[in-house]
Design a binder for this molecule. Sequence first.
Ligand code: FA5
Length: 340
Amino acid sequence: MSDRQAELDALLVRIAAAPDAEALRAIERETLEKEGVVARLLASIPTLPPQERKATGQWANQMKRAVEEAASARRSAFEAAALDAERSGAGFDATIPGKRPERGSLHPVTRVTRELEDLFTSMGYVVLDGPEVELDWYNFEALNIPRDHPARDMQDTFRCDPEGNVVLRTHTSPGQVRAMERMKPPFRAIVPGKVFRQETTDASHEHTFHQMEGLVVGRDLSVGHLIGAMKTLLRGVFGREIEVRLRPGYFPFVEPGFELDARCPFCTEGCSVCKRSRWIELLPCGMVHPNVLRSGGIDPEVWSGFAFGLGLSRLVMLRYGIDDVRHLLSGDLRFLEQFA
Ligand code: FA5
């Protein structure tokens, strides 16, 4: 037998005996790739006497084919063995504990939002959505806050274009006019959502927080209806009477306007959440201004309305005893896991 044939036979024996795919790959590398025997053989051809060149080239190709075929057969054998092992259950330990998938949970703001949606829909309200990137018209002008009106300074606004025609909504009140455009009176609607203000943050102020707008449009609605609705809302939310106070409040889109505050549950003598006042601003509200009804295409001579802007983030704080609003959107799992 020639030396070449002996070399090939030895290679084929090693391939057939390769214990695993990695060992097989190593043999393929040393045979077929850059510095492998086949490559070296082909590279040597120009240096050989002309009469030997053809035979050497043919032999190199024959060797290459033989190695490839043997390696492919060995690889198929590995795959078949792995499949057999899997089918027979070999190597599978049924006593090893499985990997438990991480469990997520609803965010506290989502939970309270859903509860409120249930409460309000049971009272005949529809739930509406509105854009977070809002036109200045809906966020301010249609709400009786023209450009240069000092009330614009009450809410520091993120503007999205140099002209200031597009803003990140500073409150859910634009939902009032959008609701009027979509529905014929009489109707009741709530608009929960995220709002944005460019302001300094502290324990009770975030730049991004949640509100829930409420709007009722009907005939002959009065402050009495408004107060009745606010009481029902708070009873539904807290499941009990909580101490509240009503004081006059100024918002250009309601007349008269009120601020409804809830007693701070975190202290008896004032703390950073209530800014030492023992009251938490929670529920501004009022009778819808005739100009706003007109902006929404509703005749104020025929229809009246009341609206409220619930501070949803603050309500969530009250509900779960969270002492800093900034935890809510921090994304901190140590905080969120408490609600699992
Ligand atoms: C408004 O946003 C009015 N649109 C509310 C309204 C609606 C009045 C309908 C009348 C009729 P105000 O800026 O006060 O009002 O915000 C409403 C509530 O959002 C506050 O009572 C408070 O609970 C909450 N809030 C305000 N600023 C922040 C903040 N930076 N972080 C967290 N909650 C806030």
